[in-house]
Design a protein around this ligand. Structure first.
Ligand code: CDP
Ligand code: ZN
Length: 177
């Protein structure tokens, strides 16, 4: 379907990964959030590196564009993406956004993680994510949230991320002129 040429396009992304003990005890990969390694005794199970923040952000951008989602572009059945750096997925979304004539206005994400606390790592993740997106850190916002010990997420057995991205048609923002 043709994409309507709107001045703004909003997109939502959600991702969830099970957290399990790290290898060799379990199948958990090192915990990486937004490309930043965080020390924890559990890590995500996933085909790629399991970076739930990058996956949610990638899907938010793809969703805003009306493009196929991350799993359609990078099937988890393909050996090519086994253990892949999720930055590759994000770069594809950014490149599609650029080709479509949009730039990222701002991004807001909520990371649901019982533990560890995101707060001490927030600046590092934010700076790194903004770099990957090619925008200033002021346009990226992150929030950490526990799951109030409820359900599997609350038992610390998973990480979930919601992300919203607002894309702006190039030429509209002050700095474009
Ligand atoms: O206080 P409230 O019930 O709204 O939230 P919470 O889930 O108990 O988390 C309290 C605060 O801790 C959050 O607002 C975040 O600033 C921080 N937090 C964090 O840094 N990392 C987490 N994994 C969870 C929460
Ligand atoms: Zn994921």
């Amino acid at each position: 379907m043709a994409r309507a040429t709107l001045p703004w396009r909003i997109g939502h992304g959600f991702d969830l990964h099970r957290l399990e003990p790290l290898a060799p005890a379990g199948d958990g990969r090192p915990l990486i959030i937004g490309g930043i390694r965080i020390e924890h005794d559990l890590g995500p199970v996933g085909h790629s590196d399991g970076d739930a923040l990058l996956h949610a952000v990638t899907d938010a951008i793809l969703g805003a564009l009306g493009e196929p989602d991350i799993g359609e572009l990078f099937p988890d059945t393909s050996p090519k993406w086994k253990g892949a750096d999720s930055g590759i997925f994000l770069q594809e979304a950014v490149s599609r956004m650029d080709s479509a004539g949009y730039e990222l206005g701002n991004l807001d994400a909520t990371i649901i993680l019982q533990k560890p606390k995101i707060a001490p790592h927030k600046d590092a993740i934010r700076t790194h994510l903004a770099q990957q997106l090619g925008i200033e850190a002021a346009r990226v916002n992150l929030k950490g949230k526990t799951h109030e010990k409820l359900d599997a997420l609350g038992a610390g057995r998973g990480i979930a991320v919601h992300a919203l991205a607002l894309l702006v048609k190039k030429g509209i923002l002050e700095h474009d002129r």
